[in-house]
Design a protein around this ligand. Structure first.
Ligand SMILES: NC(=O)c1ccc[n+]([C@@H]2O[C@H](COP(=O)([O-])OP(=O)(O)OC[C@H]3O[C@@H](n4cnc5c(N)ncnc54)[C@H](O)[C@@H]3O)[C@@H](O)[C@H]2O)c1
Length: 342
């Protein structure tokens, strides 16, 4: 299958590309390699995929992987409509997996325009390109943040999600709405995936696991929001990409007759872990205690997330099976190697 993975230099996009290649698919990866967090981590991920920094850093240069013959990468901005259209015309993708986005809840309060540019303008460019070049299936990242002020636990895709509390969440909810419109009008399948706090090797430096590990490593106090009274459905990245892969490989030809062209799923670990237990696992694996500053709840944040993933289990046999103990150990093992810590 020929698949476009957007955000291929990002955390989840890198893992997904690696998995799809191991399954024998042809993967074209794109990413604008923005500097929302350290670009060296993005280039290091690309290096793992056989693409070197000197080539990858040039805009619109198609780079063939040195280690994975079925992988090509180009530095492309989703907002660049003409470039996106040309790429789709040339490649004729069967499936598109859109993981490129401006991520992060807190940053959307400081820099709202980045979210509109990538998550709205860029996303519409992809929808249009899918429509115009006969893409059969668009799989795209939504987020648990769409549940906003929802207090019913666990979060179900049957719950109403009309109360986003960050522009990030609003942009992801908009993606779902626009996908519905395109599936309805133009008859291609769209599948939105509401990811729940993904962590693991090659993880993002702006997310809790990395921030906590850095704090502990450098003896800097870590900020613990809502005085530690937070719970998250922490999901190991390996489980996430297994789920995404099943959806990409799943057949979509019967979805139209079943009236299911448009679908949205939760993709989480199916339970909720106390933030303090998560921190304790990081401390254990680093062999050092964190100095904690207890803080109030941050604007835009929610106290608890928990994914009801029964639909994904039913339809795709999704099976998240990595415990937080196991997953945090894998993350810290990688963190030590990446940062040359003995
Ligand atoms: N990691 C999580 O816990 C989590 C949770 C919920 C939703 N998500 C969503 O999953 C997707 C992947 O997340 P991630 O954790 O891998 O984030 P990431 O930031 O590591 O990856 C996203 C990649 O997209 C690229 N990108 C951003 N804007 C772009 C644009 N306009 N054009 C081209 N490339 C662009 C970035 O350079 C980055 O490498 C995102 O859509 C994110 O919103 C992630």
């Amino acid at each position: 299958m020929k698949i476009l993975v957007t955000g291929a230099a990002g955390f989840i996009g890198f893992h997904l590309s690696t998995l799809l290649l191991s399954r024998g698919h042809q993967v074209v990866g794109i990413d604008n390699i923005n500097d929302y967090y350290d670009v060296n981590l993005k280039y290091a991920r690309l290096k793992e995929l056989g693409v070197d920094k000197a080539s990858a850093s040039q805009f619109q240069k198609e780079v063939r992987s040195e280690t994975h013959p079925e992988f090509k990468f180009s530095r492309i901005n989703l907002e660049d409509r003409e470039v996106i259209n040309n790429l789709f015309e040339t490649e004729k993708f069967e499936v598109v997996c859109n993981l490129a986005a401006q991520a992060g809840v807190r940053y959307s309060i400081e820099n709202p325009h980045a979210y509109v540019d990538s998550n709205i303008v860029g996303y519409v460019n992809l929808l249009e390109a899918c429509r115009n070049t006969g893409v059969k299936h668009l799989v795209y990242a939504s987020s648990s943040s769409v549940y906003g002020l929802n207090s019913k636990i666990p979060f179900s895709t049957n719950d109403t999600v009309d109360t986003p509390i960050s522009l990030y969440a609003a942009s992801k909810k908009s993606n779902e709405l626009m996908a519905h419109t395109y599936s309805h009008l133009f008859g291609f399948a769209t599948t939105g995936l509401r990811f729940f706090t993904v962590y693991g090797p090659w993880g993002r430096p702006d997310m809790a696991a990395y921030l906590f590990a850095e704090g502990i490593r450098y003896d800097k106090p870590i900020k613990v929001f809502n005085h530690g009274k937070m719970e998250r459905d922490f999901t190991y990245v390996g489980d996430i990409v297994q789920g995404v892969m099943r959806i990409i490989e799943g057949e979509v030809t019967t979805r139209k007759e079943k009236g299911e062209l448009y679908k949205v799923y939760n993709i989480g670990n199916n339970n909720s872990v106390k933030l303090m237990d998560y921190i304790a696992n990081i401390e254990k694996n680093l062999g050092k205690k964190a100095e904690k500053i207890m803080m109030d709840m941050q604007p835009g944040d929610v106290a608890k997330t928990w994914a009801d993933v029964s639909e994904l289990i039913k339809d795709y046999n999704y099976s998240p099976n990595t415990s937080v103990e196991e997953g945090v150990k894998k993350f810290i093992d990688w963190y030590k190697i990446y940062n040359n810590i003995n």
